[in-house]
Each structure stands twice: as structure tokens, then as C-alpha cells.
Design a protein around this ligand. Sequence first.
Ligand code: AHM
Ligand code: MG
Length: 339
Amino acid sequence: DSAESIDTDIITLSRFILESQRASAKNATGEFSLLLNSLQFAFKFISQTIRRAELVNLIGLAGASNATGDQQKKLDVLGDEIFVNAMRASGNVRVLVSEEQEELIVFPHNAAAYAVCCDPIDGSSNIDAGVSVGTIVSLFRLTSDSRGSASDVLRGGREMVAACYAMYGASTHLMLTTGSGVNGFTLDTNLGEFILTYPDLRMPIEHPIYSVNEGNSVYWDDPIQDFFQRLKKPPADENSKPYSSRYIGSMVADVHRTLLYGGLFAYPCDRKNKHGKLRLLYEAFPMAFLVEQAGGKAVNDRGERILDLTPEHIHDKSSIWLGSRADVDKYLKHIGSAN
Ligand code: AHM
Ligand code: MG
């Protein structure tokens, strides 16, 4: 009967964090669990706000521009406020970088243990069409000499202690890494809890999908144009079928598909975006960390590992190629990189 089919011992995100904390000596202080609680609250709140937006007629321009000059929508403002308030209230965050704010935010919590970087609503140009958008987050542990300044986050990607994104799609998903694999959760809106639905997610080794804004191809350098040409028309001796093209234009959704199905997602530099479009601290770094932890790879145009890079400024950009190991290797081989 139906009572028997109900799993009465589900693993919620809070339970998952507490259990993994007990299992490992690191993060044993409980600070990380507290921060995770504030993060999941922000994700639930933003999720609800986006889902209600159409009904309460929030869609429209707020009349301001963000740090990189994009048009900013009311939901971007709300998402940013929700996120910043949740991080301030956690008491565990000293330094915060938000895509929506030019300046670094410093909270006067001297005992706080973390620095957080986020894109509160990534892919927001898609919101009016009901396409999936998300929140992307990277976390650094403060060092003992932290002064509550930009140097708390202008660090190499390998120093991140955790990264996650929430995707507000047909369901709300949360994919998280703390450096030992990737675990994925789905929001049960009745319980108000994220439930573990993708334990220890491993991405496919390869998959013939490429995901890139091909409208930029006239601005790409020749080697990049040649590479995608090759995916579409594999040389006869390679005996492989052409790749399929999938591009949502919302990084969280494109990376989410890449994690689950495999393939390659790229935003290369071009003549218009000389340093790429995506931001290192809260787009490239956290996604690279997640993809690597799921068994994939993430590099820039030159084939350098994303996690080996260090930003000079909080809103620095980077080119990015991420996805299934064999597909990224194909690109690396094409440009003659040793990585
Ligand atoms: P945003 O942070 O202003 O939303 O911009 C980032 C988004 C990514 O989600 C997506 O991968 C990319 O911009 C798409 O850019 P384009 O429209 O140039 O293809
Ligand atoms: Mg963004």
C-alpha cells in the first residue's frame, strides 16, 4: 500500500552536513553547518521569489545598472538583497562579493570564519521567458591574518573550501561540493527541505554535446572556430558522429545539464569580450570546482586549469571550457596544450 512506498528516512541537506561533519575532523566547529543553513535559506527565499514574480508583477527594469553595466532587473535587486541579508545574519561571513555590487561588502563580524562570493541570480536575462536561472556561490575560509579586505578573496581557486549552485528550474536543485565529490539535492517544497537526490554525482567521461554562444563565432580566433567546426564535421578518419548543440544562455542551466549528461560548455574570449564574459570568483571558480569534483575538467582558452588562476580584482573575468574529461581533452589537444 502507499504507506509502504514512503521513504521515512530521507537525507536532508542539514542532516547530510551534520553527518559529514561528524565523519571528518575538519569543519568540526559547526560554523560551516551554520553557514550552510543561511545559504539554504537564501536559496529557498530566492526560489520562492522567482516563482511568485510573474504573479505579483515584479518583472521589469529597476532603472539601475550593475557593476559590469548589464541591465539590472527587479529580481536581481531582490535576489541580491536576500542573499546579502542572509549572509550578514549568519554571523559567519566577514567578506562578501556579489555580482550585483561593485564594491566588496565587509561585515563587522570579527570572529567570522568565511568569505563568500556569489552571483545571486545568474542568467537573469532569461527570467521573463521562464527559463531556469540560478545562484552561484564560492566559499573561502579566512586565514588568520584576515583584515576583512579584498585579499580575503583574491586567492587561487584551489583555496576554495566549498562551492555550490542552486538552480531554479522545474524543481529547485542544489549541487554542492566541499572538496570530496559532488552531492545534489532537490527542494521538497512541502517539507521546505533540500533532499539528497544525487549522492556522489559523477559526470559522464564524454558526451557529444557542445554548448557555446555560436552567435559570437565571427569574433572568435581561428583555432576556436576550427575546433567547433571539427565537432560539427569530424574528420572522416575519426569515425565519430557530429556533436549536438545545446545552449540555454543561463550558465547554471548549461552547467547543470553538462554535469548530468556530459559534454562541453564554453565561453571563450572573443574580439568583443577580450577576457571572456564569465566572472572568475563567482562563476568560473565555483563551477570549475564542482565539475572537477564530479570527475570533469575546467580550463581557460590557453588550457590553464581554472582553479590554478588567481583574480587581481573581485569582478575579474575569464574564458572557460568545462565539462566531460575527454571532451575538454579534445580541446586541449586541439590547441596543443600539455594539460
Ligand atoms: P549574468 O550574470 O549577467 O546573468 O550573465 C551571465 C550569463 C550566464 O548565465 C550565461 O552563461 C552567459 O551570461 C550567457 O551570455 P551570452 O548571452 O553572451 O551567451
Ligand atoms: Mg552571472
